[in-house]
Design a protein around this ligand. Structure first.
Ligand code: SME
Length: 184
């Protein structure tokens, strides 16, 4: 069982460093995208104070749209076209977007009327856009540059965990190797 630690609230860089270590441990040994996204969303939602939604929108290769993935919070908009809303903007620009007041963001897509601020981090594996990580808060101005940098570091951990080992056609961990390794 994963134990949730109480994070320091007065020192965001330290809190994110602790969260990064927790996420690394939580995702260790598993590369399945849905499993890793589900546990990442749960860890963030239950560790960071003042959130009402934490989760993923993943790129649907066929349409290029962002489609809702694993999350914690109220049911959300299913499909966001690239370039639309805060999520689509972060995805199209491939840059983290911090919004202090979502009501002042042109084209903001309101999934929960309780949300007042938001941060969206693009998830990139090299040049390939996998999706975005989206956090919402009922508190105005909940997210700042320290959150942006901390979440970007967590997204890196997520991408490393979900990357298949090169040259393998499967996401399954390799069987333990026995014997001398010599061919008989
Ligand atoms: N507010 C987002 C939509 C997703 S929900 O917040 C979960 C946006 O404007 O893209």
């Amino acid at each position: 069982m994963h134990k949730l630690e109480t994070l320091p609230t007065d020192d965001k860089p330290r809190a994110y460093a602790e969260l990064e270590a927790s996420l690394r441990a939580l995702l260790s040994g598993e590369s399945d995208l849905v499993a890793c996204a589900a546990n990442t969303a749960a860890l963030l939602y239950w560790s960071l104070p003042g959130l009402n939604w934490a989760g993923f929108y993943l790129v649907e290769p066929r349409s290029g749209d962002l489609v809702v993935g694993p999350f914690q919070g109220k049911p959300a908009c299913v499909r966001i076209p690239m370039g639309k809303g805060v999520c689509g903007t972060a995805a199209a620009q491939r840059e983290t977007v911090v919004v202090a007041d979502v009501h002042a963001f042109p084209g903001h897509i309101a999934c929960d009327s309780a949300s007042n601020s938001e941060v969206v981090v693009p998830i990139l594996d090299g040049d390939r856009l996998i999706g975005v990580l989206d956090l919402d808060s009922p508190l105005p101005g909940r997210f700042d540059e320290a959150d942006a940098r901390g979440l970007e570091a967590l997204v890196k951990v997520f991408v490393e965990a979900t990357r298949e080992p090169p040259g393998t056609g499967s996401r399954r961990p390799r069987e333990p190797q026995h014997g001398t390794g010599r061919l008989r």
